[in-house]
Write a new protein. Structure first.
Length: 184
């Protein structure tokens, strides 16, 4: 018989331990995200994979916010975040810090996610765009490259928080970082 693990058996870190733990060298950049629920979900994903942080840009809401907290379930206390009036400003800071900036969008010249290989020695910033309009054209031009998630159905998009989860998992696997290396 199988059973779910208890919270004690999961041996999760406290927010303080999380803050001091080594992080995956990845920052998620949210470019004008409308839904606070999507933003909260991204916080949870960033916590789950112990990312360096999240940059919230433009109209993207910032904590504390009731709708963010509803889906983040406390991850706003563990994951570092910064707000920028524009995504271009966020990218400028990331470039100054040595990040490779990749946009996640359906665009000319994109590379399919399964063909993208992150360089585990370089910090990576992943830009995700607005639920209706995607990533701003100016921001696309600033990126070092564009990653596209393959899709085979009738719709032309995937919810932004789901997209973050898909891409982060693939980047995590592609960086060849062992699960043991990021455990507490």
């Amino acid at each position: 018989m199988t059973r779910k693990l208890t919270m004690a058996e999961l041996n999760r870190m406290s927010p303080g331990e999380f803050k001091n733990a080594e992080k995956l060298p990845v920052v998620v950049v949210l470019d004008n995200i409308r839904s606070q629920n999507n933003t909260g979900s991204v916080f949870r994903t960033a916590d789950a994979f112990r990312l360096r942080g999240i940059f919230l840009c433009g109209i993207t809401a910032t904590p504390p916010h009731r709708e963010i907290h509803k889906t983040a379930l406390g991850a706003t206390e563990s994951v570092d975040w910064q707000y920028f009036p524009t995504t271009a400003e966020a990218i400028g800071q990331l470039r100054n810090e040595g990040y490779t900036v990749m946009a996640v969008e359906q665009a000319e010249g994109s590379v399919s996610l399964q063909d993208f290989q992150a360089d585990e020695t370089m910090p990576l910033a992943l830009v995700f765009g607005n639920e209706v309009n995607g990533i701003e054209d100016e921001v696309l031009r600033m990126a070092d490259g564009i990653i596209e998630i393959p899709q085979f159905g009738t719709k032309h998009s995937i919810n932004v928080s789901v997209s973050v989860g898909i891409v982060i998992w693939e980047v995590f696997r592609g960086m060849k970082i062992s699960m043991a290396a990021v455990k507490p």
